[in-house]
Design a protein around this ligand. Sequence first.
Ligand SMILES: [Mg+2]
Length: 235
Amino acid sequence: MTVQVHRMILIPSKVGDLVVKGLIFDMDGTLTKPQSYMFKEMREALDIVDKPIDILTQLESLPRIQREIAAKRIQDIEHRAMLKMQPQKGVEDLFKFLHEETDLKFTICTRNLITPVNYLLDHFLDGIKLHEPIITRSFDPPKPSPKPLLHISESWGIKPENLIMIGDSRDDMFAGLRAGCSLVLMRHKDNGHLVEEIPEIDYIVDDFHQLIDILQNGFEVKPKVARKMTGFSGY
Ligand SMILES: [Mg+2]
């Protein structure tokens, strides 16, 4: 069986080209440099180190009082990480390009809270406005469910096949796969194994200058068939 491959590109020029109309970015480890210690600290706070349990699922499963205490601990970890946040290489150039040279819609879909999103926008992406909706932890269910991505797709009136999910974790790639988006992995020292684990990933970038390049010059996308997530939440 031959796998049918399409080219995805900003300005189509060949028969069969898929037009890019929107971009959905994960935040932590994608738009920012990875702070993997943050997830380790969260797992320690919830007593689920090395357990195949999702951090947010574990948090939700706790009785109210314990949940509030744990949620505060998680929030403190995220706040400390936020103050050390560094932008990913090329992120300023990417958003300048998107804003000034394209009509693309773009937003953030994160499992984090809105405060770090605003911190990123205020400190590193001066003057850039994302296109609503911005998806944060208040959206239920979170990635790896496809629902947050489908919500963005519906809000924008853009089919998932014309959208790219750009992320660094298994949650991002499976949410995108299940929604039917194209998948771009932001590779870093902690997530290289996802390349083999998720062969549906269409393209791998190490910085955002490469994303600008593939938007302009096109990249091949594979057909997407939703499947059950392998492994557990995170990398
Ligand atoms: Mg991430």
